[in-house]
Design a protein around this ligand. Structure first.
Ligand SMILES: Nc1ncnc2c1ncn2[C@@H]1O[C@H](COP(=O)(O)OP(=O)(O)OP(=O)(O)O)[C@@H](O)[C@H]1O
Length: 280
């Protein structure tokens, strides 16, 4: 298998800030899961978020997407403060996937993507009941867009399959297709390669680059260091809820605090990935 990385030409980051997180803190009773974290993501960027188990990464995502109301801090998107309500966050232009796959198992692949389209259709309840021309046009456009996303993610041939019958790697892709259906400017991926085999992981890397090449910025949580360092322009490291360092590959790999946080395991991008590659 060719394991060379895709060399797609990245659109040069324009510098326009999409996501601007300031001082986000999330406390659960006496536990501070996220502690005063700042983070920005600009157009054209792929940003990594890493940290040991329980560091607060998913909690941080939940604060960005309105699932949690941060105890302190603000989240802005394109200069506007985001209310902590998931549907408002999606409408603003942020989509996400979840660590544990959340598909509608008994719906088809196409239907799952159409659900993700919901936030972008304007036709209301009465229009849907009457099935007037506006509704039919919107339905047809949604169908075409959903099929285009299934082509993009390599799932078009399985549009009519039930989601639960897809192999694991394709379920993860379907989650991404569904997230893309809301036409986001920023996509948050929570451990997109969890449970994937090496081939699926490499394909996921290619997909992330392809998404970025469509002009969508990406913030990704991942434990696979090779994946992170192959993909990301910058990586932020969370430890016990605090961002201890942020920077390029060398900055993160050489930071003593990061090495200590990972109990001395070398962060050379070859840890878990090296053994899996050898298995190919
Ligand atoms: N709803 C909640 N109520 C109470 N504590 C929570 C809640 N959600 C998360 N926590 C705690 O917050 C801390 C951070 O958890 P979180 O899942 O965000 O970490 P993580 O970095 O995503 O971990 P992993 O890499 O294992 O997924 C943990 O101690 C967790 O037990």
């Amino acid at each position: 298998m060719n394991t060379e990385m895709t060399t797609t030409t990245a659109p040069a980051p324009t510098g326009t800030t999409l996501l601007d997180v300031r001082g986000v803190t999330m406390r659960f009773g006496g536990l501070t899961a996220v502690n005063n974290v700042d983070l920005t993501v600009s157009e054209g960027e792929i940003i990594g978020l890493i940290g040991p188990n329980g560091a607060g990464k998913t909690t941080f995502f939940n604060c960005l997407t309105g699932l949690y109301v941060p105890t302190e801090g603000t989240v802005s998107y394109k200069g506007n403060l985001l209310p902590p309500k998931p549907h408002r966050v999606t409408q603003a232009g942020i989509a996400r996937t979840f660590q544990n796959i959340r598909l509608f198992a008994n719906m088809t692949v196409l239907e799952n993507v159409l659900v993700g389209r919901h936030s972008r259709t304007k036709e209301g309840l009465f229009s849907a009941i009457l099935r007037g021309p506006g509704y039919r046009r919107a339905e047809s456009e949604s169908h075409d867009r959903a099929m285009e996303l299934l082509e993009f993610t390599g799932l078009a041939a399985k549009a009519d399959h039930l989601a639960r019958n897809l192999p694991y790697g394709e379920q993860r892709k379907l989650e991404i297709a569904r997230a893309l259906a809301s036409d986001p400017g920023l996509l948050l991926l929570d451990e997109p390669t969890a449970g994937m085999n090496p081939q699926e992981t490499r394909a996921a890397e290619e997909l992330v680059f392809a998404i970025r090449d469509r002009g969508i910025a990406i913030l990704v949580i991942e434990h696979d260091m090779r994946f992170i360092f192959n993909l990301c322009d910058r990586t932020a490291v969370l430890v016990q809820g605090q961002k201890i360092v942020e920077g390029d590959r060398e900055t993160v790999q050489n930071d003593e605090r990061v090495i200590t946080a990972y109990l001395g395991a070398p962060l050379e991008g070859t840890g878990a990935a090296a053994s899996t590659e050898a298995d190919q």
